[in-house]
Design a protein around this ligand. Structure first.
Ligand SMILES: O=c1ccn([C@@H]2O[C@@H]3COP(=O)(O)O[C@H]3[C@H]2O)c(=O)[nH]1
Ligand SMILES: [Zn+2]
Ligand SMILES: [Zn+2]
Length: 251
């Protein structure tokens, strides 16, 4: 079973040269979308991938570059295709995603009163590996991003770490490699400024070279071109390129 990765976008929240940092994982048997930001429907359209081809969506946290495309996804799937998209998310995100994000645009008296009326909700328990779609299982790992807002990274198929949005956590990265057999890391990076809510390039460059070699950078700002050749042993994920995870991303 070959796991393929295609980033719909590799941009940070306010990037204008890249779509939102949302990922398509294809196991050959099923397709999982990780996060569905504002630009995700447009990116999928440009990739020529119908939303009906997605077997499930997993949400890591509630920022618009990670959930801003769910209203369109929900309405199109239900109103045009007569299907509820499968939505995986931590139990702690279910209520705020509906009450604070989706309800405003999607609630319709007598027709759509709850998120369950437009999505097939599949709650995830952090720390427990769940079978998401055929060929893809994942464990939610609570990570620090915005104080007071829940946010989760992913450990996929006991070999691939997906940071989502998080501040620097070298202990976690070391533990994943040394104790859990991690073979590749897709990691967000903030290129400029202090890392208040993200992980900075300088922080990642402080990691040992052998760990850096496992890291592929994503969720970056428009300045990324000026950082070519300045990312140590780390590579920069290319937007919409299809990667064979084992052959091209694992060390
Ligand atoms: O305390 C805060 C809260 C938010 N922000 C910005 O808003 C963005 C929201 O999406 P993001 O998580 O990809 O990136 C965040 C940052 O760019 C910030 O800089 N500091
Ligand atoms: Zn983000
Ligand atoms: Zn965020």
């Amino acid at each position: 079973m070959t796991l393929k990765l295609q980033m719909l976008g590799t941009g940070s929240a306010f990037a204008k040269m890249y779509y939102n940092n949302n990922a398509l994982l294809d196991s050959g048997e099923a397709k999982l979308l990780i996060d569905c930001g504002i630009t995700a429907p447009l990116a999928l359209h440009q990739m020529g991938l119908p939303i009906t081809e997605l077997d499930a969506v997993l949400i890591t946290h509630i920022h618009a570059d990670h959930v801003g495309g769910l209203e369109e996804m929900g309405f199109r799937m239900n109103l045009i295709h007569g299907r509820k998209p499968v939505l995986y998310l931590a139990e702690a995100l279910i209520e705020p995603l509906w009450e604070n994000t989706l309800k405003g645009g999607m609630q319709q008296k007598g027709m759509i009163e709850r998120m369950e009326d437009v999505f097939e909700i599949r709650p995830l328990v952090p720390g427990r590996t769940a079978d998401l779609v055929p060929g893809i299982r994942a464990e939610l790992i609570p990570t620090k991003h915005i104080p007071g807002k829940d946010s989760y990274s992913l450990y996929i198929n006991e070999r691939l770490f997906y940071s989502a949005d998080m501040t620097f956590n070298p202990e976690l990265l070391n533990e994943l490699v040394q104790e859990r057999g991690c073979k590749a890391m897709l990691h967000e990076v903030q290129l400029l400024g202090e890392g208040a809510v993200h992980t900075t390039l300088d922080e990642l460059l402080s990691l040992p070279p052998e760990l850096q070699r496992m890291i592929h950078l994503m969720h970056y700002s428009d300045e990324i071109e000026t950082f070519q050749g300045r990312t140590g042993e780390m590579k920069i994920l290319e937007q919409q390129r299809v990667y064979d995870v084992e052959k091209e991303l694992e060390v």
